[in-house]
Design a protein around this ligand. Structure first.
Ligand code: 3PY
Ligand code: ZN
Length: 653
């Protein structure tokens, strides 16, 4: 193993070593623990079968319909994008779209400005598909696993070639992958990149909060963006949770240096149709911010309607005004929470929007994005159709529908139209998260009060943009107010003696930036008490992260070369990442286990094929489960590739 460590060492690989190589690289003596991937898979399956998966009722193992994985009859003849029928190509018999040069090819070959030009010259409206990011973040609490994406990825690569991009990374998917799914988000990006080489990959970046909930040191944010670009991200949609330009500059500049596409993004809040609603978030406010973003050199302007509150007529007015004021393409993102997103998109398309975000039917609607096919039908007969392959999306719907059924325990309970969102202004993914938080602090029964308080807290804070992480601050404060029976008056008096939630203290300190309408200073004094606050960029107050020094600490945790991706995960999520590593040490790489077995375990005599790597498969069969012994363990009996194996598992029931 020592020899193996030497030949795998990066310095050795590039040939840049001298006689002191071994003395200088003590990590060569860190040996891999003996790997027995098969046994680790059995240990995971035994554990999940006996003890269940967090959040899943193990006694209710559902029956699933058979999932058909769509396949392709072969590569079709391609024609040029420019000669496409203006009405799109919805009925291609073979499912494939007929684009020979995708936006990915244009980006890689000619750079981001060429993509901008190509987008602007499209007659039709372009789509970004959010199925693998925001859609499941919204309707399945972010639980969609990599294996369910990679299984259909080759079909996606062939049939979604005329999409502008696939949003498949960032936002909450990063920490949820480690924390709940016990898989690496970087691995997801790398695997999908291999299988989908022809369509741009888009990620959602929370400015200096990157893919976290707090501000990181500037060098962490910069490094994260560079590495994400190297690993395969093509489009960076960058927003700030308070629409604060100061905090957008550094991530935008860094992303521009990568040579990829940068989408400077405005979060939509308030209601431009109702001047009484807000003195801050007016049409002029949005136009001014759009101009500022354009002057930073971004390639695209994103309008992020994270709560789905951009009304159709407001969309028409907003996009019309922005089209007059900026020359870069405009990309609109909305949520279907109030069931009006298709109408909103349609009015935005009439006003000239260039790209809109949709999802596959099976994961669309509710608090996620609307269905791309629905938009196609909504646009029939108009002079701006959607570039979408209706038939291929229908085929994928069958796949995603069965896949979604695997995740039933994680379904959002927002299953019907929710027009109250126009008042509450709550982002797509927050409704069910806040409900869970309310439950955990004993306010489950009083959730409607919490929702009402969310709205009141927003006004108390001076009407702020609510999107991760500012939305979490408002949610935490709403819970706190209900829990302590506070209202808009008593919070100032009784609040003197209370300690407020960490996120609220942090917000008033200035840690996530400054809101457009200013801070409620009276409340700030009550919340902060003797703590100091600041109003400049949070990054100015955070020491650069010492990657080199952390490497030593890190080396003790990980039995392989420290690569740049794990180094970043450790920098942003030290505890989550450590937990993930220790899980992997126990159970191995569980991302290779199919989802039904991963969540629900195995039935006796149920065979399961696990692909360790291409061409190397395990055939697993659970043969029986022994009784609980005096020490609390059970023996679980398997056949592994036909040979008997046993695993001892503590029964935690
Ligand atoms: C995220 O930041 O994860 C979001 O989806 C915000 O809307
Ligand atoms: Zn969203």
């Amino acid at each position: 193993r020592f020899l193996q460590n030497i030949i795998q060492h990066p310095t050795f690989i590039v040939g840049d070593y001298s006689t002191t190589f071994i003395d200088d690289n003590q990590e060569l003596f860190d040996f891999l623990p003996p790997r027995n991937r098969g046994n680790k898979v059995l240990k995971y399956l035994a554990n999940v079968t006996i003890n269940g998966f967090p959040g899943v009722d193990k006694d209710k193992q559902p029956q699933f319909a058979k999932r058909e994985v769509p396949t392709l009859p072969g590569r079709p003849q391609r024609i040029h994008r420019e000669s496409r029928n203006k009405q799109g190509n919805p009925w291609s018999a073979k499912y494939e779209t007929d684009i020979d040069r995708t936006f990915k090819h244009i980006l890689d070959q000619d750079g981001p400005d060429a993509v901008v030009k190509a987008v602007l010259s499209e007659q039709n409206v372009l789509l970004t598909d959010t199925t693998m990011r925001d859609a499941h973040q919204s309707v399945l609490t972010t639980r969609l696993r990599t294996i369910d994406m990679t299984t259909i990825a080759p079909f996606i690569n062939e049939t979604m070639r005329d999409y502008f991009s696939l949003e498949m990374w960032g936002g909450a998917t990063f920490d949820v992958a480690y924390n709940f799914l016990r898989e690496s988000p970087w691995h997801r990006l790398q695997e999908l990149r291999k299988l989908i080489p022809d369509i741009p990959f888009q990620m959602l970046l929370r400015a200096s909060n990157a893919v976290g909930y707090t501000n990181y040191a500037d060098n962490v944010v910069q490094n994260f963006i560079k590495v994400s670009a190297q690993e395969g991200i093509d489009v960076f949609r960058i927003f700030d949770s308070l629409n604060w330009i100061e905090s957008l500059k550094l991530p935008i500049d860094t992303a521009l240096e990568t040579g990829k596409l940068v989408e400077g993004t405005i979060c939509y809040t308030g209601d431009i149709l109702n001047p009484e609603r807000s003195k801050v978030y007016t049409l002029d406010y949005y136009v001014k911010m759009a101009r500022e973003l354009e002057s930073l050199g971004v390639h695209l302007l994103g309008i992020k309607d994270m709560s789905g509150i951009l009304k159709p007529e407001a969309a028409h007015q907003l996009i019309s005004a922005l089209k007059d004021e900026v020359s870069i393409p405009i990309h609109l993102h909305s949520h279907d929470t109030a069931s009006n997103a298709i109408q909103t998109y349609s009015r935005a398309i009439d006003a000239g929007v260039d790209i809109v975000d949709t999802a596959n039917a099976a994961l669309s609607g509710q608090n996620a994005q609307p269905d791309g096919n629905a938009l196609f039908y909504a646009r029939q007969g108009t002079d701006r159709q959607v570039n979408v392959n209706v038939k291929a999306n229908d085929v994928m719907e069958n796949y995603w529908k069965v896949t979604r059924s695997y995740y039933k325990p994680f379904e959002s309970d927002l299953t019907t139209t929710w027009t109250k969102v126009y008042d509450y202004e709550m982002p797509g993914g927050q409704y069910s998260n806040l409900a869970m938080q309310a439950q955990s602090v004993g306010l489950g029964e009083r959730y409607s009060e919490v929702l009402d308080m969310y709205h009141r807290v927003n006004l108390l804070f001076g009407d702020i943009v609510k999107v991760t992480p500012s939305s979490k601050v408002v949610g935490d404060m709403a819970l706190f107010m209900v829990q302590n029976d506070l209202d808009e008056e008593s919070v100032y008096t009784e609040g003197q003696h209370l300690s407020f939630p960490d996120s609220v203290v942090s917000f008033f300190k200035g840690d996530i930036g400054q809101p457009a309408g200013g801070m409620n200073e009276r409340l700030r004094d009550v919340v902060l008490k003797d703590l100091a606050y600041y109003t400049d960029r949070p990054g100015n107050h955070i020491e650069p992260y010492d990657f080199e020094a952390k490497d030593d600490e890190f080396r003790d945790l990980i039995y392989k070369d420290i690569d740049q991706t794990s180094r970043l995960s450790y920098a942003m999520y030290p505890k989550v990442f450590k937990d993930y590593l220790s899980f992997v040490e126990d159970f191995g790489d569980v991302s290779i286990i199919e989802t039904p077995a991963f969540f629900y375990g195995l039935e006796v005599n149920e065979p399961l094929v696990v692909e360790l790597e291409p061409g190397k498969t395990l055939l697993v069969e659970l043969t029986s489960i022994g009784p609980v012994k005096s020490d609390g363990h059970r023996t679980v009996y398997f056949k592994l590739n036909g040979l008997p194996e046993t695993v001892e598992i503590m029964d935690l029931n």
